[in-house]
Design a protein around this ligand. Structure first.
Ligand SMILES: Cc1cc2nc3c(=O)[nH]c(=O)nc-3n(C[C@H](O)[C@H](O)[C@H](O)COP(=O)(O)OP(=O)(O)OC[C@H]3O[C@@H](n4cnc5c(N)ncnc54)[C@H](O)[C@@H]3O)c2cc1C
Length: 422
């Protein structure tokens, strides 16, 4: 067996195209949309939707298989690369601007939940809309005040009104990425939805937890607040209130009754095995942007990195830059391993969390170092260094904080269950 370190051609070709988008449509507008947090870069949203539709990927950023999965000329079937390609796409878009990347139209985590826990009918009903004429969004509402890392503490309740055949949902969700674009009815957008996690039986713990598709415009649901954030400011983050919100009986994802197992909940949580390396890839894109621009600025000031010299002969800045490059490459290799496993249908819960932990650490360190090495110019708004520093931190927070992913890693290595090691 040979180990191939070269990126497959479909990935390098895609990176080439996306680099232009990243430079022309994202990076050039980074500062403007960072300073106007609740403005929407419609040009980008509409362009990306049209471009993805024309390439047959109107469902948004999702793993796709190449049509010609057989051809290196030898007639051998090429191994699947859907997740590897997606990670490279996300890395490149985040290199352009991570806030913009997060508002790339499509189903996001909301559609991922439908994909993971929905029936064939639900998938047909809720997923087709992302390929229609207008850009459309979906979001995932899991977190509540007091229920972030500990999802068993979710207090949102869904009660079945048997006569009306409707679920009645009450609760408060916070920090919903893309919540506004998924729920508010904008003229330029198609009808989106949010996926709300609620308990149908609080005495059953996680076994009583279900996800519900709540269509945009549903009565009783309001965007209570749009967050003013440290970073990723081109992306909206909403608090959403649900007061006697009624959704059709068939909008529950998974069984409408409580069984004594947590299989359904675990199934949905497994989506994170697929998405955590993608969050890592996104952070790595931000760090690469900072590192490349740092090297460019150093070169302008005649500081070249003399790679061939022994370490003791290098200047401190050269050593720092080389260390940053090592960190970045090692984090990327961990992402590649996790997505390669996903592509090859291997269980990757350990590698997925490891890649997210590593990327969380590395991206915050690299962007911080870039600010530091640039001195006052790193700290000022003259350049994007300070913005990349602010944007990077989220890598270590959403889809499981660094601490929680460390726990996941430890449980896998030591063979402990969630209740044995928390
Ligand atoms: C910009 C942004 C976007 C987000 N988007 C979404 C979204 O789309 N949908 C959604 O549902 N949520 C979203 N979140 C929420 C995010 O997933 C949570 O913030 C995260 O899971 C942490 O939960 P928490 O905020 O309740 O913190 P807590 O769980 O209260 O944790 C606080 C601190 O304690 C640490 N901690 C907690 N438990 C342990 C433990 N057992 N061992 C060691 N340390 C521990 C945590 O790591 C953290 O540092 C978003 C958050 C942000 C900031």
């Amino acid at each position: 067996m040979t180990i191939e370190f070269e990126s497959p051609k479909p990935i390098t070709q895609m990176q080439f195209v996306l680099k232009t988008v990243a430079e022309e449509m994202m990076r050039s507008k980074s500062r403007e949309f960072d300073e106007n947090e609740h403005a929407i870069p419609w040009d980008y949203v509409e362009f990306m939707h049209t471009a993805m539709r024309s390439m047959g990927g109107g469902g948004g950023l999702a793993p796709t298989e190449e049509k010609n999965n057989g051809g290196n000329g030898s007639g051998e079937k090429r191994p699947p690369i859907g997740y590897q390609k997606l990670a490279a796409q996300i890395e490149m878009l985040s290199w352009g601007d991570v806030g913009f990347y997060l508002i790339t139209p499509g189903g996001g985590l909301g559609a991922a939940a439908v994909q993971a826990a929905g029936s064939p009918e639900q998938k047909a009903k809720f997923l087709a809309r992302f390929n229609e004429e207008k850009p459309t969004f979906a979001a995932m509402c899991m977190t509540e005040a007091g229920a972030g890392s500990d999802t068993s503490a979710i207090r949102t309740r869904a009660v079945l009104d048997e006569a009306a055949k409707e679920w009645v949902i009450n609760g408060e969700k916070i920090f919903v990425t893309g919540g506004d674009k998924s729920f508010t009815e904008y003229e330029k957008l198609g009808k989106g939805f949010i996926v709300v996690w609620a308990s149908i039986d609080p005495t059953a713990g996680r076994a009583g937890m279900r996800a519900f598709v709540v269509e945009s415009g549903t009565k009783g649901v309001t965007i209570a607040k749009l967050e003013d954030k440290l970073g990723i400011r081109a992306s909206d983050t909403a608090a959403i209130s649900l007061v006697d919100a009624r959704v059709p009986y068939e909008n529950v994802l998974g069984s409408p009754t409580v069984e004594k197992t947590t299989t359904g909940f675990k199934g949905a949580m497994a989506t994170f095995d697929a998405t955590r390396p993608l969050v890592a890839a996104s952070g790595i894109g931000v760090a690469r942007a900072a590192l490349e621009f740092l090297k460019e600025k150093l070169a302008e000031n005649h500081v070249e990195i003399r790679y061939g010299l022994p370490r003791q002969k290098l200047s401190n800045i050269e050593r720092e830059v080389i260390d940053m490059e090592i960190m970045l490459k090692s984090a990327w290799l961990m992402v590649l391993k996790a997505v390669w496993m996903a592509d090859n249908k291997k269980s990757n819960a350990l590698e997925s969390s490891m890649s997210k932990v590593k990327a969380g650490d590395v991206t915050t360190k690299i962007t911080q170092k870039a600010v530091e090495i640039m001195g006052p110019l790193g700290y000022s708004r003259e350049f994007l260094f300070e913005k990349w520093f602010r944007d990077a931190k989220i890598t270590d927070i959403y889809e499981g904080t660094g601490q929680i992913n460390r726990l996941v890693v430890a449980r896998h290595i030591l063979g402990y269950s969630g209740s044995e090691l928390r």
